[in-house]
Design a binder for this molecule. Sequence first.
Ligand SMILES: [Zn+2]
Length: 157
Amino acid sequence: MRKVPFCAGHRLLHHEGKCANLHGHNYVVEFHVTGSEVDELGRVVDFAVINRLFKSWIDENWDHGFLLWEEDRDALQALRQVTPHKLYELPYNPTAENIARYLLLEVGPRLLQQVTGYELQLTRVVVWETVNASATAALNAEAQLFTTLDSAQEATE
Ligand SMILES: [Zn+2]
């Protein structure tokens, strides 16, 4: 398991409370990778390589940027007026659950494809939005997605 911290802004479109405002978090993401740790030549997979893959993707795409729903036209338009800006559009509201789901299903498989020779799978992503609040997206034995909210995250900000 590797932990990757990053800072980012977001807001939850249509949220009935303060999370509708642009605000930010010091996120921590846990990436849980499973699979064969030894290839056919007996080499042990270098988890430092995997760690670097995840960390550089987060640094490049999300760290010190804004994560926004692609439907959030007002926020996207407003932030595009600012130079420089770093925006990442998600296909759904950037809740901790959805951020975990996106990393698990969209980003992880793409990055692990770059590590050849090993049967690796990203099986669980935990996104900590505050020290007390996290959400988990994971694959069960049938490779079906399930997500859990591990505390009343946005409600306690
Ligand atoms: Zn928030």
